[in-house]
Design a protein around this ligand. Sequence first.
Ligand code: C2E
Ligand code: MG
Ligand code: MG
Ligand code: MG
Length: 289
Amino acid sequence: EAKTAGKGRSAGFTTALRTAAHRRLDVEEDLRAALQEEELRVHYQPIVDLRDGSVAGAEALVRWQHPLRGLLPPVEFIDVAEQSDLVVDLGGWVLAEACAWLARWQRDGGRVTPALRRAAVPSSARLAVSVNASVRQVTSGQLRPLVERVLEDNELQPGELHLEITETQFMSAAPAIQREMAALRDLGVGLSLDDFGTGYSSLAYLRELPFNCLKLDRSYVSGIGRDRGDEALVEAVLAIARALDLHTVAEGVETVEQADFLRDRGCGYAQGFLWFRPVPDLAPPRPRA
Ligand code: C2E
Ligand code: MG
Ligand code: MG
Ligand code: MG
């Protein structure tokens, strides 16, 4: 009796797994089509210099303008892309799109729509765009030539492009990954360790891989003002970054208190709903002459 029930449960479980696998393949197929059909969009969230509140750049964040389901955030599809080679094409598209956008934004003097606060940055400032990349892109062999091409096509300096790679994607810093990242860094492109604090052997990666920037995960930032433990961790991470001469960007800043805490402890940059949400474009189209 108990045995039969167990068997039934396990058959049901297997069916559920198979269904999940099919669903993943469906999403993958739809997503590949969406890339072809130009249903993907890039939104931009400004990154603010904490010293003076000016805009230093923006992070490119992909969305899917789904014909039936509306505008989908990455949580709905990015895992599926990252589990296959699709992320190489998808991420490459975002990279090219973001660099073309940055070139336009720089020509516009980095203006933001009046609907957003902080109307402008000093026109002399060079803005940067941060693009999320996955380890699969790094190991594909396609990322570096693409980076070189899009920088040239858009007449951008390498330092105006930052690639963000999420900490949890490094199972290990395999020699092939180390070599490729060093080569990217040699081009002059910025490399950021994204979601810092959510992985395991965080500190090892900082020594083995040529990152020049740490992005402090939102889960710690949101504890500022509420949780002494989170505050202590934020302070410790900022101290490590200072010791290793790394830039720091805090993610998900939503309150003035969080911004003040971070600035007082030497965090250089931040992004969050306190200043800007991700938006489809930052500068209004120029009126035609
Ligand atoms: P991420 O790279 O850590 O990006 C920051 C996320 O935090 C974004 O979510 C952003 O909208 C959100 N955020 C920023 N400020 C705040 C805030 O003050 N409060 C709250 N609650 N959230 C805030 P989003 O756009 O949903 O992106 C989620 C993740 O999807 C990204 O996390 C990144 O890991 C991934 N992703 C986005 N675009 C791409 C892409 O082109 N390629 C790859 N491989 N991954 C991407
Ligand atoms: Mg990111
Ligand atoms: Mg992040
Ligand atoms: Mg994050």
